[in-house]
Design a protein around this ligand. Structure first.
Ligand SMILES: [Zn+2]
Length: 260
């Protein structure tokens, strides 16, 4: 059997403490420490997992790492036992970049929790669970707005206006469910601003009577503002879809440039 570059005990302890003993998988967040039924003892169910495997042939093994790098804290992530098994059994489903992302986000969240107090802590922990569902809701509310993405319907500016109005109020409702200052909250804020900017640009035009006409400067302004809106919204939903591993419909894919 080949040598394993195991973590030192101090490294494991540091990883556990930096994660506040919670599993770093954002979809899990299981607490990995607690009281045992024996009154003098504690139960530990956490696991200092290797991002790149400790030994040749292991998950995400990187032959270019030195033994020191392999057992350094940078190569570790704190997970519960189940998640430890999961990420090692399906190494290609959990690439090193994703584990590093989990670790970074989790440690950032723990830092915020430490400085934010108890109620904020609970809200932040909860946000980790609810954000994926809210991300899905945002995408769905975009899918429903076909008139925004389908060229044919853009020929009826008033339909676009109505659709954007509905979208804006839907986004405001979704924003109410989010923790202020979270990443998704920031994206929703940006989306709302994008829509407002569009409305400001076309403010002086009567969208009920405006029709497609390349010689009409008002139409051109509307058309350019709509193109800019689509591009901006496209980028933002591509970010959401990528961050939460969501699939976009064909309509949305046309405006959202995914890196796949
Ligand atoms: Zn877990």
């Amino acid at each position: 059997m080949s040598a394993r570059d195991e973590f030192r005990a101090a490294t494991k302890t540091a990883l556990a403490r930096r994660a506040a003993h919670f599993c770093s998988n954002p979809y899990c967040l299981k607490l990995t420490v607690g009281p045992s039924s024996v009154s003098t003892q504690a139960l530990m169910s956490g696991h200092a997992a290797h991002i790149h495997a400790a030994a040749k042939g292991g998950p995400r093994y990187d032959a270019l790492q030195t033994p020191e790098e392999r057992c350094s804290i940078e190569n570790g992530i704190w997970l519960c036992r189940e998640c430890g098994v999961l990420v090692d059994a399906d190494a290609s489903g959990y690439p090193d970049a994703q584990l590093r992302e989990w670790k970074k986000n989790h440690e950032t969240m723990v830092s915020e929790v430490r400085s934010g107090g108890y109620s904020r802590s609970l809200a932040l922990l909860q946000a980790g669970r609810t954000e994926p569902q809210i991300a899905k809701k945002i995408i769905t509310s975009m899918e429903d707005r076909r008139s925004l993405w389908v060229t044919f319907d853009a020929e009826f500016p008033d339909r676009v206006r109505q659709s954007l109005d509905e979208l804006r109020s839907r986004l405001a409702t979704i924003r109410g469910e989010l923790l202020e200052g979270s990443a998704l909250d920031g994206i929703l804020f940006a989306l709302t601003k994008t829509i407002l900017k569009f409305f400001n640009t076309v403010e002086s035009s009567d969208l009920r009577t405006l029709r497609c006409n390349a010689n009409d400067p008002e139409w051109m302004r509307f058309s350019e503002a709509l193109a800019a809106l689509r591009k901006s919204i496209g980028l933002q939903i591509a970010n959401i879809a990528e961050a939460h591993d969501l699939k976009l419909s064909n309509d949305l894919q046309r405006i959202a440039p995914l890196n796949v």
